[in-house]
Design a protein around this ligand. Structure first.
Ligand SMILES: O=P(O)(O)OC[C@H]1O[C@H](O[C@H]2O[C@H](CO)[C@@H](O)[C@H](O)[C@H]2O)[C@H](O)[C@@H](O)[C@@H]1O
Length: 276
């Protein structure tokens, strides 16, 4: 049963529950969003990268045999793979592509709608050309229209032109959604990060504790996939979310990953008989 959206607690307040879930667990599945979680939000999406500290703590935790790490991003799989090294699993395009071991699975309907994504991007390249700093990221299965650096008065025009292009060239096969200073264009199908995370949970051994850390709208379905048996942590303020915990920033995400790699893993190894 999925958790209702409520105010998340600071993760320190959740620590007793997390310790007890870890003590009952045999393994940890740690799923991590990229932008706004491992990498601070920046003006230019091409410049986004994990902090040095995040890289260090990821290096440490990815070598632990009881931990499986996965990056679950809205970026194209090939793009996010280039930006963060180490995790065993990568999901791109909000879960529409999933790399596990040597195999990459792509949602078949999304693959078919790729031609429409290309058509909308081509049209938008021309339509948005006069708008200062509007930028289109064609991720093949989905696309993102960036307006973080677009002057405020021109933003409604970006929304209108994008809506028109999607409805004209996407028909009912594509849909629009909001993100952080972006509009996401994707196939109108019932599939998101949460479905990819559910597949990873199903792959895990019995007794695996799933944890998901993310900061944006599309992370909500992934929080729903891990809660209430696992733990969702939202990066940001205390706005209602399906995650039960929150941290403030990617720096705090690094602290939390480090905690899982040290104290957290000790609980897993000690089992239920360890100190509370
Ligand atoms: O699921 P994520 O890994 O969080 O990806 C979501 C989108 O992130 C990127 O855009 C966001 O980050 C940019 C760089 O910090 C920022 O400029 C932009 O305003 C943010 O929305 C990425 O470019 C998109 O493709 C992802 O869908």
């Amino acid at each position: 049963m999925q958790r209702q959206r409520t105010k998340p607690k600071p993760v320190d307040e959740l620590r007793p529950r997390v310790r007890s879930e870890l003590a009952d667990a045999s393994e940890l599945l740690l799923c991590l969003d990229f932008d706004g979680t491992l990498a601070p939000i920046v003006e230019d999406p091409d410049e986004a990268e994990p902090t040095d500290r995040v890289e260090d703590v990821l290096d440490a935790i990815t070598t632990e045999p009881e931990v499986t790490t996965a990056v679950v991003s809205g970026r194209a799989l090939a793009d996010v793979r280039e930006r963060v090294d180490g995790p065993r699993i990568y999901a791109g395009n909000h879960g529409l592509e999933l790399e596990r071991g040597d195999s990459v699975a792509v949602h078949p309907v999304a693959r078919k709608r790729g031609a429409r994504i290309d058509a909308v991007c081509e049209v938008l390249e021309v339509a948005l050309d006069p708008v200062p700093n509007a930028h289109i990221e064609n991720k093949r299965l989905t696309a993102t229209v960036h307006f973080r650096s677009v002057p405020e008065p021109a933003r409604p025009q970006v929304r209108r032109l994008t809506r028109e292009a999607v409805s004209r060239f996407g028909g009912d096969g594509l849909e629009l959604s909001d993100g952080k200073a972006i509009l996401e264009i994707g196939p109108a199908i019932d599939w998101g990060k949460g479905n990819a995370v559910e597949m990873l949970i199903a792959d895990g051994a019995d007794g695996t504790l799933p944890v998901y850390i993310g900061d944006d709208v599309t992370d909500e379905s992934a929080f729903g996939a891990v809660e209430p048996d696992g733990i969702g942590v939202r990066v940001g303020d205390d706005a209602p979310t399906a995650a039960s915990g929150r941290v403030r920033s990617p720096e705090a995400v690094a602290d939390l990953i480090e905690w899982f790699a040290t104290d957290g893993l000790e609980r897993v190894r000690d089992g239920p008989t360890g100190q509370p």
